[in-house]
Design a binder for this molecule. Structure first.
Ligand code: ATP
Length: 525
């Protein structure tokens, strides 16, 4: 490309300005004399000369590549066409095309944000492509058009009939957390697999275009690339999930555990035993009263999220820790609270069991009647609850609120199926998943540790305990990974404690992605 602006024109303009200022001086206009003096000052003159000579040097350079000449034989009566020349580098064009099945005409289906076509500003969704590099494309299959385009090196020329009414984009920033995995390479329906982006559960996506009902454009965060990619819209992904679900052979639905065996967080051994029993017991069919435990494929595939930072004067976020049985959730939680009981505290659970001699209501438990307990269940006041040896145990929202309102950080260990109950506008739970390290490291680090197998029995970990822990971890991860705000691999205990402390501090003091419905109650959950 050759820049055809030459400096002499600019010089003339400057001379005219000086001339004009001189005329103003003779007319005795205020300030004109000062301006005249300034423009004639030797220092300004030499500065302007240097500037103009730099301009001349740049303007006389030839730039590569040279675009092909504009076609001269455009018929007079032709629709107003636009000739678009793009210089292809290694990047894809960043646009998809479609064919009108009735007329056979080829259209730009979408322009990918940040891609080559988008940055040129010359191609738009809805433009009709008439020619590519001089080849008429009407009646061609989109694949054939792509081949013509792919064969061109250096520059590519499109002749397009521009769309008359371009849709107005009043897109606001929108972020979604993926609640499912997606791979464009395994999706036969995507318009162009290379234009798609893959994502995994828990990834945060910046949605840059939702104009198409089926295919959105998004960037996966954190992103350093300018170019967006295609992802299925909520409705399309839901449809895919439904189709997949129906195509699967019937299998009884297994929950990780049922509510009946759900146990209560805390240091108490009975609770942990109850939990362990629950882990090893798989019950068919999911009871309707714990639907959240079965985060099925039919739930929304995306969750709108926003960046949230707790105001220093607001109550703290609830810290909820979970992991497979035996991984060290109780140990880590206990150590955290012991480190600074003035800052960290657990929520006192309720139970229907009678108090033992040394126990005080409100310290170890709130001792309550069965009727009162049932009432709490009925009114959804319990974050989780369960039955062990004929007695009910549960942690109430009020109990967690009590800790938070006292200015402390409430730290709970929960079962995975209580995640939904603590992810609320009020508690704004920060979910920490404790993951076992690889089996080899588990064997090494747990050599001197004890597993609690019965109320009074601790014994060293056996290999099958560790294997079981791994299997349970895999199950939890496959179902709940998208909800984890932090994943802590519990390898060396000391390191894990430091990591936990850091994560808890970040949860309280640094911006985090949280569901938009927590901040804007009108947003869809
Ligand atoms: N990183 C670690 N290295 C060595 N031992 C550990 C580590 N983390 C935890 N332990 C030990 O492993 C044992 C089980 O831990 P803990 O009781 O905390 O498990 P848990 O996840 O609460 O499981 P459950 O809920 O079934 O009790 C304890 O003896 C604990 O001290």
């Amino acid at each position: 490309m050759t820049l055809c602006v030459r400096a002499p024109g600019l010089r003339h303009v400057l001379a005219d300005v000086i001339q004009e200022v001189r005329r103003s001086v003779s007319q005795d206009i205020d300030g004109a004399e000062i301006l005249h003096g300034l423009l004639n000052a030797p220092w300004l003159q030499s500065l302007l000369k240097a500037l103009l000579s730099a301009h001349d040097t740049v303007a006389q350079k030839d730039y590569e590549p040279v675009l092909p000449p504009m076609p001269e034989d455009l018929p007079e009566d032709e629709e107003a066409a636009r000739i678009v020349c793009l210089v292809k580098n290694k990047q894809p064009l960043g646009a998809t095309i479609k064919r009108n099945e009735i007329t056979g005409e080829i259209f730009v289906a979408r322009v990918i944000h940040g891609g080559l076509a988008d940055r040129s500003g010359l191609l738009h969704a809805g433009d009709r492509i008439v020619e590519v590099n001089g080849f008429p494309v009407d009646g061609m299959e989109p694949e054939q058009v792509i081949q013509v385009q792919a064969r061109s090196h250096g520059t590519i020329m499109f002749k397009v009939i521009p769309i008359t009414e371009r849709p107005v984009h009043n897109q606001t920033m929108l972020y979604m957390r993926a609640m499912t995995d997606y791979s464009p390479q395994q999706d036969p329906n995507i318009p162009c697999a290379d234009a798609g982006i893959s994502f995994k559960k828990g990834d945060v996506l910046e949605i840059v275009d939702q104009t198409d009902a089926l295919w959105w454009q998004a960037k996966k965060l954190p992103s350093s690339v300018a170019c967006a990619g295609l992802i299925p819209s909520t409705n399309l992904l839901k449809r895919k999930q439904r189709e997949f679900w129906w195509s699967q052979p019937y299998q009884p639905h297994f929950c990780m555990q049922t509510c009946e065996f759900l146990s209560i967080p805390g240091f108490r051994r009975s609770m942990r035993l109850c939990r362990r029993r629950a882990h090893s017991t798989i019950h068919p069919s999911c009871p309707t009263r714990c639907p959240s435990s079965c985060y099925s494929a039919l739930n929304s595939p995306y969750e709108e999220v926003v960046r949230y930072q707790r105001h220093p004067e607001d109550v703290h976020r609830l810290i909820a820790i979970l992991g497979p049985s035996g991984v060290g959730v109780s140990e880590l939680r206990r150590r955290l609270i012991e480190m600074n009981p003035n800052i960290f505290q657990g929520a006192v659970p309720h139970t229907t069991r009678p108090p033992r001699g040394y126990e005080e209501s409100g310290r170890e438990y709130y001792f309550t009647s069965r009727e009162a307990f049932d009432n709490m269940v009925y009114n959804n006041r319990l974050l989780e609850y369960g039955e062990y040896k004929g007695n009910l145990y549960g942690t109430s929202i009020e109990s967690a609120r009590h800790v938070l309102n006292s200015g402390k950080i409430c730290v709970m260990d929960i079962e995975p199926n209580a995640i939904q109950a603590v992810r609320t506008h009020e508690l704004k739970a920060y979910i920490i998943y404790v993951k076992p390290p690889p089996l080899e490291r588990l064997r090494e680090t747990r050599r001197d540790s004890y597993i609690t197998t019965d109320y009074y029995v601790n014994r060293p970990f056996k290999d099958e305990d560790l294997q079981e822990m791994e299997d349970a971890a895999r199950k939890i991860e496959s179902q709940y990974w998208q909800f984890f705000d932090h994943v802590l691999i519990n390898d060396e205990l000391q390191d894990s404690c430091v990591q936990l402390l850091t994560a808890v501090r970040q949860a309280q003091d640094e911006p985090q992605w949280v569901p938009a419905s927590w901040i804007r109650p009108t947003a869809e959950p």
